[in-house]
Design a protein around this ligand. Structure first.
Ligand code: HEC
Ligand code: HEC
Length: 270
């Protein structure tokens, strides 16, 4: 996933670089045009770069694909959610305030229980409570601009008109994030936070319930079992849960020291 992120990041850089070159690098043939174009703000985003930002957030920082993926089956696919929004907001079970696809997708991210897709509710709530976290808070903490970029990405993906307003400047922290090397976590709590374990598990301060409760896992399982549960989740499937739900690529993403912190933390949770 990290590789993928780098590839997307590089592609974006190449696209932006090319767009800038095409727009500003090639001399205009028009005879002495009045320099109106000088006023164009180079920091301003184009719709393409805004959609690409949403793509990167969706597949990276937003952690959306932990749950919204083709293999897990525990969250609906979002390829055509923009096209389905009209149906959602006119559903009798809809409790939100959105009237269009932009509003519906945005609301889904900050108030997931406003509408719960049939069959995907928190267990025992009869599809009234969503297991999806509010992605504008907690460890994901997407900003308003980032949420809008994701909306643009999902509208574009569904082939719908992109209706979100493009911000006039790139979000300030975005560049930092691209340049910054990921810092290796020093405590198990940081590892748990960084890799989003709490979204699906009850572990540390987290209350996720798409996977088994891990608060007493050390009483039942050995360190070897726990290590394998992270490196190769499908090797053993916890009773009552489906395979392919727990992401299988944590082993590629984590530093070995992070893995060992996690294993020790879980083994000590009794
Ligand atoms: C912990 C798992 C999880 C994560 C992480 C997650 N979601 Fe969800 N999401 C769900 C589940 C389950 C549903 C279906 C229940 C519901 O309707 O709320 C859902 C529903 C949705 C819907 C409504 C789908 C529809 O067909 O109406 C949208 C839109 C959505 N998610 C977007 C996102 C985006 C964007 C992200 C990342 C920023 C994200 N989700 C992260 C689990 C998750
Ligand atoms: C998208 C949801 C999701 C995320 C994120 C997730 N898990 Fe899981 N996990 C599951 C599900 C579902 C299972 C049960 C199915 C299975 O055993 O593979 C599971 C199983 C496990 C088990 C085995 C439990 C048992 O009783 O056998 C361990 C240990 C575990 N996860 C640890 C973690 C850790 C540590 C993280 C963060 C690095 C994490 N998980 C992230 C969904 C998730």
């Amino acid at each position: 996933m990290k590789k993928f992120f780098q590839v997307v990041g590089f592609s974006l850089f190449a696209i932006v670089a090319f767009a800038l070159f095409a727009n500003y690098g090639i001399p205009k043939i028009n005879p002495a045009p009045p320099p109106v174009e000088e006023k164009v703000d180079l920091g301003a985003m184009t719709i393409e770069s805004f959609i690409a930002l949403g793509d990167r957030i969706f597949n990276g920082k937003g952690t959306c694909t932990l749950c919204h993926n083709a293999v897990g089956g525990r969250a609906p696919m979002l390829d055509s959610v923009a096209a389905k929004a009209g149906e959602r907001v006119s559903d009798a079970r809809y409790k939100g305030t959105a009237t269009d696809s932009e509003g519906y997708i945005y609301e889904s991210m900050v108030e997931p229980s406003a509408f719960v897709v049939v069959g995907f509710g928190k267990s025992g709530t009869n599809d009234t409570v969503s297991p999806m976290p509010n992605v504008s808070t907690g460890s994901i903490g997407l900003s308003d601009v980032e949420l809008k970029a994701v909306v643009a990405y999902l509208q574009d993906k569904a082939g719908s008109d992109v209706t979100v307003e493009i911000p006039t400047e790139a979000p300030a922290d975005e560049e930092q994030e691209e340049g910054a090397e990921r810092v290796v976590a020093k405590t198990a709590e940081e590892v748990i936070e960084n890799y989003g374990c709490t979204m699906c598990h009850k572990i540390a301060a987290g209350e996720g319930d798409m996977g088994p409760d891990l608060t007493k896992i050390g009483a039942a399982k050995s360190r070897e079992y726990l290590r394998r549960a992270i490196l190769d989740p499908n090797a053993n499937i916890a009773v009552g849960f489906d395979p392919d739900m727990m992401p299988g690529d944590f082993g590629d993403q984590m530093a070995a020291s992070e893995l060992e912190l996690l294993v020790k933390y879980m083994a000590d949770s009794k």
